[in-house]
Write a protein that binds this ligand. Structure first.
Ligand SMILES: *Cc1c(COP(=O)(O)O)cnc(C)c1O
Ligand code: SF4
Length: 463
């Protein structure tokens, strides 16, 4: 065999990989200890209390003045005012857990990746993209019964309730999720946990033999009671055509304590998973970590408990500017998730959601990140980077555009297996475009031309 010679030495004679110092394996170094005591309001909270999910629930902050008064003293007053203005304009209500607040670096709140996701600021706000709509994924248009989106051939999305253990600024479902906010024009769609509505969903699912896969989301499965987890889980398992189910929840990222201390909820979930297994049906948990700082030693314990009980956990992240849009952070996130037995499944290019334009990135950013993430770990722990095509095309591999104009930021996707013959457009945020693109978007008379050009090019390629 012929060996390639590097630096005068044959590769066979020396190890090609120098050993890595354990200290460099940052993804394994999870935050431990009583980190919450850094927050003055929690300085006297002991570990047993902090690990109790009831305490976390009870002390979650749901009023802006309360949040701001908790921050007072830790941050400059100008920051508090900035946040107050941010909330006044935001489409989402506030809800943060003490755990989440404790993970934010309050000495640098402007840059902190968790602050960016949950606490809006007036000063960083950007104008919306002119092509943005409230329900950008058209989930309501694909709903045969309220709270069920049947878009793909064999799977459907069941929005069982409209509350969450936290409220994320960037929520795709701000059209329905969370209490109404100050902005009066945003009347939300009601998707309360309601038995009659659920019955209509079960009836529909049972009437469709092609439906094998149900995503139970909301809102958030963390906020379903134990008996509701059992009810929904077992009712769906009893439908012969249902083969797969996932409970979707952001809970593990914002309140892992519940997995460790809410034994009724934990047992209800494990009960459905085990019954599913006996019936040869797959029931898993899908969660939503966006940044490595969201996984602590407490998270690891919670994920270990799920893993030991036979519950598969997968993760879906949202790509956000200043949160996880750099190579180092995304690599760390993927490695840390794998280390905690959570399988990275998707990274979503940020949906075109109202009020968070500064959090969106470009399709180009997603393409570049994917290139750098693929190869760092097992392929089955490598997420697929997707664009959920606005207008209801569903999730598309971000690389699979028919056409992408990096000047105007318009990408065009097709979805032959979902909505054949149609084109779906995604729009990069204007402030990240080259000057020439920004200038064109400034002129409303150009908008239709920009779209038409992109569609013509996509057509030409698609012939
Ligand atoms: C994401 C989604 C699903 C599940 O899709 P997967 O690619 O299997 O994760 C199902 N229905 C709707 C409407 C969705 O948005
Ligand atoms: S937990 Fe999920 S559904 Fe709830 S606000 Fe956050 S992103 Fe939206």
């Amino acid at each position: 065999m012929e060996l390639k010679v590097i630096d005068g030495e044959s590769e066979a004679r020396r190890p090609t990989k120098p050993p890595v110092d354990a200290a460099a394996l940052r993804h394994q170094q999870l935050l431990e200890g009583d980190f919450w005591r850094r927050i003055p309001s929690y300085a006297n909270v002991d570990e047993a209390t902090f690990l109790d999910h009831r305490w976390q629930m009870k002390h979650s902050i749901t009023k802006v003045p309360k949040l701001l008064s908790t921050l007072e003293g830790m941050v400059a007053h100008s920051f508090v005012e900035d946040a107050a203005e941010g909330f006044r304009l935001a489409p989402m209500a506030v809800r943060v857990s003490p755990y989440l607040l404790s993970l934010i670096d309050w000495s640098n709140p402007y840059e902190d990746p968790l602050r960016r996701q949950f606490i809006p600021l007036g000063s960083t706000r950007l104008a919306e993209h002119p092509k943005l709509r409230f329900d950008s994924l058209s989930e309501q248009a694909d709903s045969p019964v309220p709270g069920l989106t049947h878009r793909y051939p064999d799977k459907a999305l069941f929005l069982a309730l409209d509350t969450c253990p936290v409220y994320c600024r960037f929520c795709t479902r701000s059209y329905a999720v969370g209490p109404d906010v100050e902005q009066e024009e945003l009347e939300k769609v009601s998707l309360k946990a309601n038995k009659e509505r659920w019955e209509d969903v079960f009836t529909y699912v049972a009437s469709r033999p092609e439906l094998e896969d149900i995503v139970i989301s909301g809102g958030d499965s963390f906020n379903l009671r134990a008996d509701q987890i059992s009810e929904i889980g077992n009712r769906l398992l009893d439908i012969p055509n249902v083969r797969r189910m996932r409970f979707a929840t952001k809970g593990p990222a914002v309140m892992p304590q519940k997995i460790l201390s809410d034994d009724a909820w934990f047992s209800a979930l494990v009960g459905v998973v085990q019954r599913g297994r006996e019936m040869a049906k797959d029931v898993v948990l899908h969660t939503h970590f966006n940044h490595p700082n969201e996984l602590t030693a407490i998270t690891k314990r919670a994920m270990d408990r799920l893993f030991s009980a036979g519950v598969t956990v997968r993760n879906q992240s949202v790509l956000q500017r200043g949160v996880n849009d750099d190579v180092e952070t995304m690599q760390q996130l993927v490695r840390r998730l794998g280390y905690c037995n959570v399988q990275p499944y998707y990274v979503y290019v940020h949906d075109m959601v109202k009020g968070v334009e500064e959090l969106r990135t470009t399709v180009d950013t997603a393409v570049a990140l994917e290139k750098n993430v693929r190869g760092v770990t097992a392929g089955f722990n490598t997420p697929v980077f997707v664009v959920d095509a606005p207008g209801g095309g569903g999730k598309r591999d971000c690389h699979s555009f028919e056409y992408y104009d990096r000047i105007t930021g318009v990408s065009v996707y097709t979805a032959p297996s979902v909505k054949a013959g149609r084109f779906f457009l995604y729009f990069d945020p204007i402030h990240l475009l080259p000057e020439a693109g920004q200038v064109r978007w400034m002129d409303p008379a150009e908008h239709n031309k920009i779209l038409q050009e992109a569609l013509d090019k996509a057509h030409a390629r698609n012939r």
